[in-house]
Design a protein around this ligand. Sequence first.
Ligand SMILES: CC(C)(COP(=O)(O)OP(=O)(O)OC[C@H]1O[C@@H](n2cnc3c(N)ncnc32)[C@H](O)[C@@H]1OP(=O)(O)O)[C@@H](O)C(=O)NCCC(=O)NCCS
Length: 161
Amino acid sequence: MIIRAAGDQDWQRIWPFFSRIVAAGETYAYPEALTLETAQPLWMEKSPGQTVVAAQGDLVLGSAKMGPNRPGRGAHVATASFMVNPAHQGQGVGRALGRYAIEWARAAGYHSMQFNAVVETNTGAVSLWRSLGFEILTTVPEAFDHPRHGLVGLHVMYQRL
Ligand SMILES: CC(C)(COP(=O)(O)OP(=O)(O)OC[C@H]1O[C@@H](n2cnc3c(N)ncnc32)[C@H](O)[C@@H]1OP(=O)(O)O)[C@@H](O)C(=O)NCCC(=O)NCCS
């Protein structure tokens, strides 16, 4: 598996699992009824951010996007988002993408990295981010409408780089 910058041609390979994860509704608050076209600018970051794929030959196993969390005076704090194809989860792809994003942000000179909205019931992701050095700063109560659990909290997770 290699992690490399995503090109426009990769979006068609990301979209099937992106749309599946968004439709499941358990981990991200994206607009409803996204299409291949309308979702592309939401995931494919432009400079100074970037989107990467974890790939094995032509197969895209997962993807991450990263860049400044806020413009202007907030631009020294990075953020990132991650999606691994459900068919390839639990095989170390998410951990490799997480490590990559942290190293990318450090090398780019960011001061810290913040995840704005980690769904508290997404315990696999929470323990992965913790193991990569993030702490939960706070939890916004009842901020995410989970399809099975109802209103659950969103963690703000942070690490200084
Ligand atoms: C969260 C996600 C990116 C993790 O990617 P992954 O490839 O499945 O994760 P990995 O195989 O690299 O697992 C890494 C760690 O995650 C944790 N983990 C993963 N699934 C878990 C689960 N069901 N329960 C507990 N821990 C879990 C473990 O700590 C694991 O540690 P290990 O490496 O010591 O085994 C992926 O599951 C995903 O895309 N989920 C849907 C979208 C999402 O939740 N994105 C993140 C939003 S914050």
